[in-house]
Design a binder for this molecule. Structure first.
Ligand code: NDP
Length: 264
């Protein structure tokens, strides 16, 4: 099936690892050109170059060091993408992390940082890309969010609240961006097997294997499918929402949580 992304230029924030990297791989396989950003430029350049080689396509990649919380950095990321690849047709707002802490264990500064990351990681890149998305005939944005936005967890108290704020903001953006024919949708993730969880596994200092530890984690969190998701299993919903075949879908949320959500 042709997803209509060939020769389109897609910006992916946090493209050097996990969900962002898996999405870059899938986009390159579809013949899209990928511009990625992350703070560690060396790692980003290495993995995106490898991704382009693996895809075997004639697609191009553009790797730019940048911090999604810095508006000027996102403006220059978009400007260099347009200079290098000629357009921005779609954006994946993916970069970020979560703060595993209860309310009592979180400082005011951490709370501010968490809200700043969740909101500005989308606002900065969307503001920078908007004029270019408006010029495209397939302008689309996907915001990577979490099931926590609708199902808060005490051990991720502030992250849950910040994700709810982002979901609210994304809904407003879907109404305002529609004036320029730009769609924006969210994927709400459950527990996905990426660097975030391998880092926590190492921090836990357990004798268990990673497979046993992550299996127990899925059981403890009530994941119906009994395992963590893979980054590829998130990349597909992201890419399909970016595709012009999803042209009548905006302001929507797609759960990718293996059945961990308990809401209707
Ligand atoms: P990874 O840690 O594997 O990848 C995160 C990516 O984002 C890296 O490329 C990292 O590169 C980049 N990044 C982080 N902070 C910034 C920043 N301030 N500016 C620019 N780039 C940044 O994480 P995942 O793939 O698991 O996460 C992807 C998204 O999904 C995140 O927003 C995460 O919060 C969300 N999510 C993940 C879940 C999971 O279970 N994995 C669950 C729910 C949501 P660098 O460090 O070099 O900047």
């Amino acid at each position: 099936m042709d997803l209509g992304l060939r020769d389109r230029v897609v910006v992916v924030t946090g493209a050097s690892s996990g969900v962002g990297l898996a999405t870059a791989h899938m986009l390159l396989a579809e013949g899209a050109h990928v511009a990625g950003c992350a703070r560690d430029t060396e790692r980003l350049e290495k993995v995106l170059t490898e991704a382009r080689q693996v895809s075997g396509s004639r697609s191009r990649v553009h790797a730019v060091g940048g911090d999604v919380t810095d508006a000027a950095s996102m403006q220059s990321f978009v400007a260099s993408t347009v200079a290098e690849l000629g357009a921005v047709d779609a954006v994946v707002c993916n970069a970020g992390r979560s703060l595993m802490a209860s309310i009592d264990d979180t400082t005011d500064e951490q709370i501010r940082d968490e809200f700043e990351l969740k909101l500005f990681s989308v606002l900065n890149i969307v503001r920078a890309a908007k004029p270019h998305l408006a010029r495209s005939d397939v302008g689309a944005v996907v915001a990577v969010n979490a099931i926590l936005a609708r199902q808060p967890e005490p051990r991720l108290a502030i992250t849950s609240a910040a994700r709810a704020a982002l979901l609210n903001l994304t809904t407003t953006l879907s109404h305002t961006l529609a004036a320029d024919d730009i769609r924006i949708n969210s994927v709400l993730l459950g527990l996905i097997d990426t660097g975030q969880w391998t880092r926590r596994f190492h921090e836990a200092g357990t004798d268990q294997s990673y497979a046993a530890w992550s299996g127990d984690l899925a059981a403890e969190r009530g994941v119906d499918l009994g395992r963590l998701g893979t980054a590829d299993e998130v990349a597909w919903p992201i890419v399909s929402l970016l595709s012009p075949l999803s042209g009548y879908t905006t302001g929507a949320c797609l759960d990718v949580g293996g059945g961990v959500a308990r809401y209707v």
